[in-house]
Design a protein around this ligand. Sequence first.
Ligand SMILES: [Mn+2]
Length: 301
Amino acid sequence: MPYFDIRSDKKNEVYSNDLFHVALCFDKNYLYPAINTMNSVHKHNNNIVFLCLCSNLDEESRSVLLSIKDYGVRLIELNWIKKIDTRFYPIDVAFNIYIPWIVPEIDKVLYIDPDMICLKNIEHIFKEDFMIAMSLELSGMVEELNKNLFKNQIPFVNPIYYNSGTCFMNCKLIRSAHSAEEIDKEFIDKIEEYYLLDQDFLNKFYCKEIKTLPISWNVQFYEFNGGYFYKKVIREAFFIHFSFHKPWRHTSSFKQSKLYLKYSSNKEIIKRVKTARRKRIRVSLKNFFLSPFRFIKRRIG
Ligand SMILES: [Mn+2]
């Protein structure tokens, strides 16, 4: 891994290495969504500890994470040494693909995005033996519609495309088949090939080795909202994934923030979701009242 280094590796008081490991990658902007995600996992799972792979944290975020008392947190701070021009998304938190080598003593890890909410016990997945497993990106199947969004799926050997929001890794098996140097060569050295960085890479690199997890492991709100199976899918979900519009931003829909709030426990994030909701109401009222004038202006113009 000549492109980044491990700056620090700290554990909170209640961390125990003997439990199951769930990993998240985030920076200080995602601190509270990440804590909210971890809270939701902890609510349904007593045997899980968290690996927080972070970059650009400040002192306050660090102490917030390490002073968590309800569950184990191991905070590993990582730092990119070389500047990498990705052209699209910043590479800041794309450490998930290196997990098997960042924690070489750990054998199985479930990686999850910090914009997920867990709704059930998930511990049975750690008994599975597959090397790597993810759920499908349903919209990634509709090539014509999403050609630009999921543009890298097209040259892939595998005609199906996965979302990396939930990614189970048998790190031991991955380490025996691949090396970190190989990842550097195939990911960093060919970075211009990837648009949705880590997700495109995982799809391409592990292509034939990926086991398909049921969609209940990564229910993306945007894919099911308003759909015929919405209620059933939400009821059966292990994880709901709030991809695209974030519930704590004013661009989120009312229905989405309501669903996110229903399963949220972190006070800071609840406050942000509510503030965003008020801003959305203000913006839509403003647009509503301004629209006739805009219409008149257009007619005159
Ligand atoms: Mn996500």
